[in-house]
Write a protein that binds this ligand. Structure first.
Ligand SMILES: [Zn+2]
Ligand SMILES: [Zn+2]
Length: 368
């Protein structure tokens, strides 16, 4: 019942008191840690560092341990901050924040300015104060990496990495420059920045493999996909299509591969290659040239992109669509790869041949 009768002001007041007590206790811990650090208690107990030792000894996070060790080492060296903390005029967290700013080499006017900052801003000001040393740079250089990992069944990939300041900036600039060239969808849907950057990265990588963005969707690119036709025909379970080796693709991706022919597909039956995409699956060069000449650019109404123009099958190959010029229309990379084959939109068959509209197709069933 005691708690029920407390007013909000009382509780806030008590909260402040507790924080002051915690600051007091932290201060005491910092002094103890500094003494223990001097006699190398970590080494005695077989730990590599005092931070590691403290984290294990107190069962606190590495971040808490690092903060306490930092305070232990720096409080004795900074009497004004030490004094104010001991007097209870600043919290332990603010004392550590100010110590870090002083340690980063802030001048007296910056230190004074910092008094009025909240702790988050104080942290940012400190980070900006800090000079990047050769040692920092070497550490980043040594830790640089990019990892491109498929998930367990190979149906998606995860990227992560760490780059140096300049390389990171270059990659970021290249991605946003390419992402900016990706057009908005005709219906006004705008992909998120993350989605556009993902498309940008894939398109830069494709340019690199094909030798430049001018290269027409070159048949038989350097990626080969092996498709088990027995399973694709529905005799091997309900998964529809399993790729034996190489990337595992679903019906949507397979549809795009069949449409562009940019990736060599080897069909397997009974484990033996029975068909490759180079023959029947590729649009004959004469038809390709004719369609390009006929359309003169991306046929989506309002689109002026000239990036990676290529023919698309209006009725998909897997639904019996042919290489007949009537079934082909020229699209830019964005409308072809992203709008149609990634987002699942379709060409509105009723739209005029040179002012094509896209429709949002309901997600169809997987092919049998
Ligand atoms: Zn297509
Ligand atoms: Zn277009």
């Amino acid at each position: 019942m005691l708690f029920m009768t407390r007013s909000a002001d009382d509780m806030v007041e008590r909260l402040r008191q507790v924080e002051a007590e915690i600051s007091d206790l932290r201060c005491e811990q910092a002094v103890l840690i500094n003494e223990l650090d001097k006699i190398n208690v970590a080494g005695r107990d077989g730990h590599r560092s005092i931070n590691e030792w403290l984290s294990a000894e107190l069962d606190v996070s590495r971040a808490s341990a690092t903060e306490l060790v930092f305070a232990g080492r720096h409080l004795p060296k900074n009497r004004p901050i030490n004094f104010r903390l001991a007097e209870g005029r600043i919290t332990f967290d603010r004392a550590v924040g100010l110590l870090r700013l002083a340690d980063a080499g802030a001048d007296p006017s910056t230190m004074e300015h910092a008094e009025s900052l909240d702790l988050a801003t104080l942290g940012r000001v400190t980070a900006q104060q800090r000079r990047v040393t050769r040692r920092d740079e070497r550490e980043v250089a040594a830790e640089r990496f990019v990892s491109v990992q498929p998930n367990l069944d190979g149906s998606a990939w995860r990227l992560s990495g760490l780059l140096g300041a300049v390389d990171g900036r270059i990659v970021e600039a290249a991605l946003s420059e390419r992402a900016d060239r990706m057009r908005m969808l005709p219906d006004g849907d705008l992909a998120t920045r993350g989605q556009r950057q993902a498309d940008a990265l894939a398109s830069i990588a494709r340019d690199s493999l094909d030798g430049g963005s001018d290269a027409a969707g070159s048949p038989g690119g350097r990626v080969t996909v092996l498709v088990d036709l027995d399973e694709a025909n529905g005799t091997g379970g309900e998964e529809g299509c399993r790729v034996r080796y190489g990337p595992r693709v679903g019906p949507t991706v397979l549809e795009e591969l069949l449409c562009t022919g940019a990736v060599q597909i080897v069909g397997l039956s009974g484990g033996r290659p029975v068909v490759t995409s180079d023959a029947a699956r590729i649009i004959p060069p004469a038809v390709r040239s004719f369609v390009a000449h006929r359309d003169g650019g991306c046929t989506i109404a309002g689109c002026t992109s000239r990036y990676r123009l290529g023919p698309h099958h209006i009725v998909p190959r897997c639904e019996g669509g042919t290489h007949d010029p009537e079934n082909l229309t020229t699209l830019c990379w964005f409308h072809h790869h992203v709008a149609i084959h990634e987002m699942g939109m379709r060409i509105d068959a009723g739209s005029p041949p040179l002012r094509r509209r896209l429709t949002r197709a309901p997600i169809g069933p997987d092919p049998p």
